[in-house]
Ligand binder design. Structure first.
Ligand SMILES: NC(=O)c1ccc[n+]([C@@H]2O[C@H](COP(=O)([O-])OP(=O)(O)OC[C@H]3O[C@@H](n4cnc5c(N)ncnc54)[C@H](O)[C@@H]3O)[C@@H](O)[C@H]2O)c1
Length: 308
């Protein structure tokens, strides 16, 4: 039997994520949405691509959580996305209700699953899924840092004209305007970019990374990014299903790490079959630590509004 994964929300991010999981033959996928017919249609379309893509993963769309029973991983992408001029935080109240409902339904049928949250505002929605599911913190975490780092890696590769494969980057903090790209820990073939680029170029990359989502929203005008977000989520799903022990920046529940308590914030996490196996508490300069705490304070403000 193939492994089983559920993607909740069959919109741009959810459907593209299902496609990536199926194309890579990582697992069978159940695609869930409240809109009747749409997940079924997308599921069938994706299934009909499998003979050509040479994948024996089975994908099905549904409106019924009973079909998701026994999933190893559940990814929550349901909710509204940003429109031009909106911040991720503007989505708070609407997506709170949606993420709460999706989490309740999903965990009823998959009590041992690992939950990966994608809906925005990301860190606050992780807090909702953690609270509502009652799952241990290791089994509830969020996707943001992999995407923000992928954006930073892209801009570094574009600036230096090198392969993206040579570039690694680290972005910590909440998935919002206060995110903390770390140039010191961002490297090209092991060399920090601070050694390779003048300060103004590094600063421009940091700014464009923090504004990466808004740049795309302003171009698309009708929604937000989904190709890179779905790729980034698929990398996390693969790390879990393949028990890779892979270190990726994820939104994790902190209990004192980096001096932050009782809050989801983006930090380097080691992912494997049990979910978050370890949080890597890397050394930060005073300025980096202050920026991380400022970002955590912004997440805390949103969480306070929800009165969880
Ligand atoms: N964490 C990140 O880095 C990141 C990146 C991109 C997008 N996002 C977020 O992901 C979410 C989805 O984005 P998108 O572009 O796919 O939006 P979308 O509008 O294309 O899709 C959202 C889907 O959720 C469905 N939905 C709404 N309420 C539901 C419910 N109660 N149960 C099941 N399904 C429900 C909608 O019918 C829709 O199909 C947004 O909140 C967006 O901000 C996060």
């Amino acid at each position: 039997m193939n492994r089983k994964v559920t993607v909740v929300g069959a919109g741009n991010v959810g459907a593209t994520l299902a496609q990536r999981i199926v194309d890579r033959e990582l697992a069978d996928v159940v695609l869930i949405d409240i809109v009747e017919g749409m997940p079924q249609g997308k599921g069938l379309d994706l299934r009909q691509a499998t003979p050509v893509e040479l994948s024996d993963s089975r994908v099905v769309g549904s409106n019924d959580y009973a079909d998701t029973a026994g999933s190893e991983v559940v990814i929550i992408t349901a909710g509204i996305a940003r429109k031009p001029g909106m911040s991720r935080d503007d989505l708070l109240n609407t997506n709170y209700k949606i993420v709460r409902e999706c989490t309740e339904n999903a965990v009823k049928h998959s009590p041992n699953a690992i939950l990966i949250v994608v809906s925005n505002p990301l860190d606050a929605m992780c807090q909702v899924a953690h609270k509502v599911s009652g799952f241990p913190k290791q089994r509830v975490f969020g996707m943001a840092g992999v995407l923000d780092s992928a954006r930073m890696r892209t801009f570094i590769a574009m600036e230096l004209g090198v392969s993206v494969e040579n570039v690694s980057a680290f972005v910590l903090g909440g998935h919002g305007d206060t995110m903390v790209p770390l140039p010191r820990y961002s490297t090209v073939s092991g060399i920090p970019i601070t050694e390779l680029l003048p300060a103004d170029k590094v600063e421009a990359i940091v700014k464009r990374t923090a504004n990466g989502g808004a740049e795309i929203v302003s171009l698309l005008k009708t929604g937000s990014a989904y190709y890179a977000p779905s790729s980034s989520t698929a990398e996390m799903v693969a790390a879990v299903l393949k028990d890779k022990h892979k270190i990726l920046p994820c939104a994790c529940y902190l209990e004192g790490e980096f001096g932050i308590k009782g809050l989801y914030v983006g930090v380097p996490a080691q992912l494997g079959a049990r979910g978050v196996e370890k949080i890597w508490e890397i050394k930060l300069t005073d300025a980096e630590r202050a920026a991380l705490h400022k970002s955590a304070a912004a997440v805390q403000e949103l969480v306070n509004v929800l009165k969880l």
